[in-house]
Ligand binder design. Structure first.
Ligand SMILES: [Zn+2]
Length: 153
């Protein structure tokens, strides 16, 4: 196997880890186009959902419950969009994907962080792919702090 970003994650890469179970890690995504956007990553190098073990599926079900409950309770998400795409790996002539799942909380009400207001202007529709993910670092920290506090209770 060549270098894999998820298998070779640095300390710095783990800076925004929110939660981990035996088989999975949950990170606050770099892109915060929707506040609280997360990535759920399998801890072993595995290419697709169809190759998960029973134990990994069982853990994933619990993790989905926990993550959704957290995003609803902490940020007021109305629902979450879950997507397992893997498309970018297939730009490579020899794709070697590492399973991960994007979690986008969707909001029917504004989210306020440090006095800044964020609205989900496409609520009820597919999220726009070209939304700006740039939110101030202190707002990302605030999201991280709030979500982690809920998950650690
Ligand atoms: Zn990997």
């Amino acid at each position: 196997m060549e270098h894999c970003d998820w298998c070779d994650l640095s300390e710095e890469g783990r800076r925004f880890q929110l939660y981990e179970s035996r088989s999975w890690s949950v990170f606050l995504a770099d892109e915060q186009d929707l506040p609280g956007r997360c990535i759920v990553v399998l801890k072993r190098h595995c290419p697709s959902l169809s190759e998960l073990t029973e134990e990994e599926w069982d853990e994933l079900r619990e993790l989905i419950r926990k993550t959704e409950a957290c995003l609803k309770a902490v940020l007021g998400a109305a629902l979450c969009n879950w997507s397992c795409l893997m498309n970018s790996f297939y730009k490579d002539p020899a794709p070697d994907p590492h399973l991960h799942i994007h979690v986008r909380p969707r909001y029917d009400k504004p989210v306020v962080l440090n006095g800044n207001t964020y609205t989900d202007s496409e609520f009820g529709h597919h999220y726009a792919l070209n939304r700006s993910g740039a939110i101030p670092a202190e707002d990302k920290e605030e999201v991280f702090r709030r979500l982690k506090e809920w998950l650690d209770r």
